[in-house]
Write a protein that binds this ligand. Structure first.
Ligand code: NAI
Length: 258
């Protein structure tokens, strides 16, 4: 028996995963190929991407690596084109996942760090999504998945620039969805809570929130695989009537007032 419902099958699709060298992006690359898609892995660390692509190919999957720094707009179109050339097809799915974090009290946040956060999480994600939207709208089909955060939906101390950048990305998702719905392009966001990755380790190691686990109703951190269901839903035919949504994946944390 096929483990997948046919609506989730991505074997005739291609995906570009941004920020694919580690964490959620690397995991999503595996998720997409397992659903049958051909995948381009994009990030700044090409050595790490090449290693991941070698592993995927040796498992029989279709994958390629592209250098991409979303804070450098000139690399965005080049990476998109390189993805299409290497995969031999237009890109159907953008997993817009690159992001960086900065933990500091609002009054002490440094301008250079604030700039780094906004130029990656908001401006970079904006320009990346814009490249995808232009090309997908021309073809009249596509799915863009912006990786936001529950930090963009509720206030979290020490996360002023990070939370504001993710709130901006959520609002951008809705505007994009509104403008692109009639052109065959769906735009949605994932809002992860606390998912075990390198970025999350930084947050845990900071010791800034001793009660972190207690504030998650499920009393556990999430794993990258906990994003799989929502990712496949938004990427595939199963989500064909879904646009402009934000899906929290947070063990219930948004429900809690503490
Ligand atoms: P991570 O640090 O493992 O991955 C971030 C990825 O983004 C890396 O591949 C990194 O190379 C890439 N990246 C950073 N700046 C880039 C740039 N300028 N151009 C291209 N790639 C760039 O962290 P994680 O946890 O996997 O984060 C992935 C996304 O999920 C981020 O957008 C993050 O804000 C978001 N997120 C993560 C949560 C968590 O608990 N881990 C919670 C909520 C959101």
């Amino acid at each position: 028996m096929n483990a997948f419902h046919p609506m989730f099958d991505l074997s005739d699709k291609t995906a570009l995963v941004v920020g694919a060298s580690s964490g959620i992006g690397l995991h999503a690359s595996h998720t997409f190929v397992q659903a049958g898609a051909a995948v381009a892995l994009g990030a700044r660390r090409i050595d790490q991407l090449n290693a991941a692509v070698t592993a995927l190919r040796s498992a029989g999957h279709r994958a390629c690596a592209v250098t991409l720094d979303i804070t450098k707009p000139e690399t965005i179109a080049t990476a998109w084109q390189a993805s299409e050339v290497q995969l031999g097809r237009s890109i159907d799915i953008l997993f817009n996942n690159a992001g960086v974090i900065y933990l500091e009290r609002f009054v002490s946040q440094q301008a250079t760090e604030v700039e780094r956060i906004f130029s990656t999480n908001l401006k970079g994600a904006f320009l990346m999504a814009q490249e995808a939207a232009r090309r997908m709208a021309e073809r009249g089909t596509g799915s863009i998945i912006n990786v936001a955060s529950t930090s963009g939906m509720r206030a979290g101390a020490y996360l002023a620039s990070y939370g504001a950048s993710k709130a901006g990305l959520i609002h951008l998702t809705r505007i994009m969805a509104l403008e692109l719905a009639s052109r065959g392009v769906r735009v949605n966001a994932l809002a992860p809570g606390n998912i075990r990755t390198d970025m999350h380790s930084q947050f845990e190691a900071s010791g800034l929130d001793e009660n972190l686990l207690k504030r998650i109703p499920m009393r556990k951190f999430g794993e990258c695989r906990d994003l799989d269901g929502a990712t496949l839903l938004l990427a595939s035919e199963a989500g064909s009537y879904i646009t402009g949504t934000v899906i929290p994946i947070d063990g219930g944390q948004l429900l809690s007032w503490m």
